[in-house]
Design a protein around this ligand. Structure first.
Ligand code: GDG
Length: 496
């Protein structure tokens, strides 16, 4: 893995990898958070040291001494955690409001769900300023600052306005929309200007990069863009350079695969299969989110059972849905819609000894998750739009017997890397999804092995360490001129 040479790494994300929680004795403690970012950044910080800055949860109102809790947590670490003090009200408006009711739907191309409230935008700016101030209180001369995801788009600009000259990079975990969609946001000039405060901007796919460059070309008067597909692009504005690259995020393949081979997972996999004798298991695992295409998937399954009555009792759909953002009205409505569909399908097709859908509305432990992956004959990863989708990659890594088939939406970032061996579908086209499920159900063992083996090779090669390494190399390669000691980022000339 490439290191950051003599530069200290500062990782910034909405949440820290440790979060304040009340334990059974009603005392506060820090719990370890999980997820792709934690998996990606922890080994780098362990190796090189550095600082991780983010929100540690709601501690201000509860009068908790967060510093003390963090100190205990950091005792045996060679890197530091630093929490950003944000009160619950501001966090709600910035996180639930601007991040998840404006940027999330807009960037996933469903702008009808956007709530363009000026209050949200004000809170977004205020919280991003707090992040910037916290970063500055930690900063030393040569630090490299790596900011993650849409919640913190403005943080770089806040740092530049306060005179920070360090190299600052940004990675967007979600898609970047086409210009026609992006331009609907009332603060489009401010948002694009904020993204151009970074020296390096990373996206998941070539398409996201292309969309971003088109928006820049249309909104910034004097931007010159030098781009070639599959290479880092350069935007020059008023002699300042910004690099734009594609870095598809991944997983720790070996860790997933080794754990999937463990005795515990093997035993649970067998038990799961025994629960559904003579049935092909199809699996959907998603956070509750309208971008994941869960109702569309259920409707395709309903159609499959209507069109091919002989498949009844021979297939089983396991749909796991992890609760998320239920205090946002669209998410609450979506949950009702999904549960109604599950009830309707189970009501219509169930027979003694067979229920078409096993539905879980809770999250699984890692062991359970891996066992579900291993036991499934088909993974249905059919989002309407997704930055990458790690479930697709995790399914491959856990498919020890190479007998699973991945049905993957062409609108998931993962499809760019896995398109040759996954069965690609357009999740909006119900009939074609039905046909592809039928194809997967009758696929020959040899073909399954070949396709799965190819996908495993790709995910293993381009794993999470490759991702971090490639990103860090790209920032090290920023030209010396680009690390501009006079950099101020006064607003660029924007087209109206
Ligand atoms: C964003 C972007 C991008 C799910 N259910 C359980 C569980 N999970 C874990 C999976 C996977 C993660 O959650 C979901 O990751 P995704 O990539 O699918 O989706 P988002 O949460 O929307 O993440 C996305 C990602 O950022 C990274 O850049 O790929 O496009 O939207 O790791 O395993 N984990 C456990 N139990 C569950 O029930 N333990």
């Amino acid at each position: 893995m490439q290191n950051t040479e003599d530069r200290r790494l500062i990782v910034v994300s909405n949440r820290l990898p440790v979060v304040v929680k009340k334990n059974v004795k009603n005392r506060y403690e820090l719990n370890q958070a999980s997820g792709g970012l934690v998996t990606a950044m922890t080994p780098v910080l362990k190796r090189d040291g550095g600082v991780w800055i983010g929100w540690a949860g709601n501690y201000l109102e509860e009068n908790i001494d967060i510093e003390e809790l963090l100190e205990q947590e950091m005792e045996n670490l060679n890197y530091r955690y630093r929490s950003v003090d944000i009160n619950l009200n501001d966090h709600e408006l910035y996180y639930k409001g601007f991040s998840n009711e404006v940027l999330w739907p807009l960037f996933h191309n469903v702008s009808v769900y956007c709530n363009f409230s000026a209050n949200y935008y004000e809170a977004f700016k205020k919280v991003n300023q707090k992040f910037a101030r916290t970063i500055m209180s930690e900063l030393i001369d040569n630090d490299f600052i790596w900011i993650h995801d849409y919640h913190l788009i403005n943080t770089g600009k806040e740092l530049r306005e306060k005179g920070v000259k360090n190299t600052i990079a940004f990675f967007l975990h979600i898609p970047f929309p086409p210009a026609e969609t992006f331009n609907r946001i009332p603060w489009r000039l401010e948002i694009i200007d904020a993204m151009l405060s970074y020296d390096l901007i990373g996206f998941q796919t070539e398409n996201d990069k292309k969309n971003f460059l088109e928006v820049v070309a249309s909104l910034i008067e004097d931007a010159t863009i030098d781009q070639k597909e599959e290479e880092i692009a350069t935007i020059v504005i008023q002699k300042e350079e910004h690099k734009v690259g594609v870095f598809p995020i991944s997983i720790d393949y070996d860790e997933f695969s080794d754990q999937a081979k463990s005795e515990e997972v093997s035993k649970m996999t067998e038990e799961l299969k025994e629960d559904y004798p003579g049935q092909k298991i199809m699996l959907g695992i998603d956070r509750l989110d309208y971008s994941k295409g869960i109702p569309q998937r259920l409707k395709a399954y309903r159609r499959l059972l209507e069109k091919y009555p002989r498949l009844r009792t021979k297939v089983k759909l396991i749909q796991v849905m992890v609760p998320s953002r239920v205090d946002i009205i669209e998410y609450a409505n979506l949950k009702s819609e999904i549960e109604q569909l599950v009830g309707e399908i189970n009501g219509k097709f169930s027979q003694p000894g067979w229920i078409p859908i096993m539905y879980c509305y809770h999250s699984l432990s890692r062991i359970e998750l891996l066992s579900y992956y291993r036991a499934s004959d088909i993974a249905l990863v059919t989002p309407l739009k997704d930055g990458m989708n790690l479930v697709a990659k995790e399914y491959c890594s856990a498919n020890i017997d190479k007998d699973g088939v991945l049905i993957l939406s062409e609108f998931a970032g993962a499809s760019y890397q896995l398109k040759d061996d996954a069965l690609l579908v357009n999740p909006f086209d119900e009939e074609s999804v039905v046909d592809v499920i039928k194809e997967a159900l009758s696929m020959k063992q040899r073909e399954k092995k070949k396709r799965m083996g190819n996908m495993q090779n790709i995910v293993q090669k381009f794993n999470i360490y490759w991702w971090v390494d490639t990103f860090l190399k790209a920032q090290l390669a920023l030209s010396v001129d680009n690390i501009n000691p006079t950099r101020t980022h006064s607003q660029y000339l924007l087209r109206c």
